[in-house]
Ligand binder design. Sequence first.
Ligand code: FRU
Length: 503
Amino acid sequence: MISQTLRDARKYEEINEKKIRQEERPDFHLSTRVGWMNDPNGFSYYDGKYHLFYQYNPYESRWGSMHWGHAVSTDLLHWEYCPAALAPDEAYDKDGCFSGSAETLEDGRQLLMYTGVQKKTLPDGSVREEQTQCVAVGDGTDYVKYEKNPVITSDMLPQGCSKYDFRDPKIWKEADGTFYCVVGNRPQDGSGQILLFVSKDGFDWKFKSVLAENRNRYGKMWECPDFFKLDDKWVLFTSPQDMLPKDLEYHNGYGTLCLIGAFDEKSGMFTEHANQSIDYGIDFYAPQTILTPDGRRVMIGWMQNWDTCSIRGQEEPWFGQMSLARELEIKNGRLYQKPVRELERMRCNRVSYSDVPLNGFLTLDGICGRRIDLEIVLRPKQGEELLRQFEIRFAQDERFYTSFSFKTYESVLKIDRKFSGSTRTIVHQRRSLLKWAKDELKFRLILDRYSAEIFVNDGEQVLTVTMYTDQSADGIKFFADGTVNMDVTKYDLCMQAEGSDWK
Ligand code: FRU
């Protein structure tokens, strides 16, 4: 029942993962088992475990033949690989099993919904990739593609909708058992739109509405949508291609967009009230969310950006990692994110300082490491001894470091990996604007070998960046232009922390 293509991939990953030592990967961020990883797919809670699938090319450390990789976890931090779940082995998906999602069927089986890609030669001789939506059913390990695939084709769409840019179904089930899914699409104006579909059983789908239209405001094509209710609002996530910058809110290229608004279930129309970036760093794209059994809305994104993939050489045995799982909340009309609370169970070796005066450069005994949870509270004084700039340098040795800074007079945050050891001509810096009350500033920095995620003021903004600096560079240095008093608490993040119930 399992195709030769999938059997080959499973055999290949089992043999080749042995060539990668655990010390060469992140610990609690999921990285690809071998080869290449992009978007999170099928993020779900099924049969007592979190499941995370991903866009996967096992054979090379670059994008190619798209399979679905698979891993499970009980705490969203300790991940265990499962055999690859999908391979491009049918006529309708022979050129790739693209992104999609998962839901539980009425009979208890798990449904995967994904985009099947098939190259077609047009009458003028050009080749285009036709995209349709397909499903597969399984038990949490093995999945069988539905014999009537594809389940959604371009024939079901209103006039003008593209059949070449039509991808990334995100499925969910309402309390009454009805299935819905949102899919990214391109209308005639060449920008993006999100389509909504409905189904009684997850197999038989009908077009419901154009949920939201880009009208060329935020980039062009909208990829990887997600749509959910959060704190009495409806939230639409999407990852636009070809964005233009807007102040310090949106940057050029591949970005992330969070639209907060209302949803009219009858008409299937979404009304936007507010918009913002989801992440303000460099490496974050195509996030997907789930509702956990205890009612939290949790998001994981691909911790990478299509335009900066060359940060790591293709000769490396793996490329691609996921972000930390983050709990979401809407507060003051904005999206807030914080690391899943399970992370606190991994904390060990606490080192803490309070009310340290900072003026110029400073290092503190015991404050170092590359797998750490570091909390900083700054209390800038007003008046004469004004704090003009705060900076923290991490993953640091004599030559290299990555830096995060805040200029108080401009209210600008900056992440900068220019001196991290990268030898590529890519974006290394990004800035964002912080609205702050001018009394207290809080930063929480999570490092996991090759990445940094900085949660600002309890998650009002997050800046995510990857850096491939040698692991021996584990220093941390603080800097203030002006004067500020700071509290610092550092924990190492230990996979087997004392008292942790993870086995
Ligand atoms: C987004 C994306 C998706 C597509 C997948 C292909 O990163 O382009 O739209 O399904 O990657 O790997």
